[in-house]
Design a protein around this ligand. Structure first.
Ligand SMILES: Nc1nc2c([nH]c(=O)n2[C@H]2C[C@H](O)[C@@H](COP(=O)(O)OP(=O)(O)OP(=O)(O)O)O2)c(=O)[nH]1
Length: 130
């Protein structure tokens, strides 16, 4: 069986725009868009991991709200288990400390980006229901 990697991503909305992050050329899935976040560490709850990752990646504090979707995406040797959560920025302004760039993109335009495959169900949810 493939190794499962548990990952969390934040969907942060401001005035109909969603905060999207472009993976850098040196990361896995280079130059794919994703929801900022990362891997859950041992002993962490998904929500705790998301707060920590956003602090590290974007330098701001968020409050994690309701879960959106959970997806499993098979790669060569691993399965990415991605859970996305609605989140709100509480303090600070997001900056791209680890990504190639971050960008606020209108929720009706999310479809035009090249997303990490695991993120497609979340993008579809936003496009349909938000
Ligand atoms: N943060 C985040 N990661 C995602 C998303 N979709 C998706 O497939 N991933 C994948 C990319 C990575 O393989 C993994 C998250 O890893 P990470 O962001 O914590 O760390 P990393 O770039 O150092 O990962 P890696 O290069 O070691 O694989 O999950 C997403 O929306 N957000």
């Amino acid at each position: 069986m493939k190794r499962i990697i548990s990952v969390v991503g934040a969907v942060i909305e401001q005035e109909d725009n969603i905060l999207c992050a472009l993976r850098s050329p040196s990361m896995s899935l280079p130059l794919h868009w994703e929801f900022p976040g990362g891997k859950i560490q041992e002993g962490e709850k998904p929500e705790e991991a998301l707060v920590r990752e956003i602090n590290e990646e974007l330098g701001c504090t968020i409050e994690v709200k309701r879960k959106i979707v959970e997806t499993n995406e098979d790669n060569d040797n691993t399965t990415i288990n991605l859970s996305t959560f609605f989140s709100e920025i509480k303090t600070g302004t997001p900056l791209a400390f680890e990504h190639d760039k971050i960008q606020w993109i209108h929720k009706r335009e999310l479809n035009s980006l090249k997303w990490a495959p695991a993120d497609i169900p979340t993008v579809e949810f936003i496009t349909k229901y938000m």
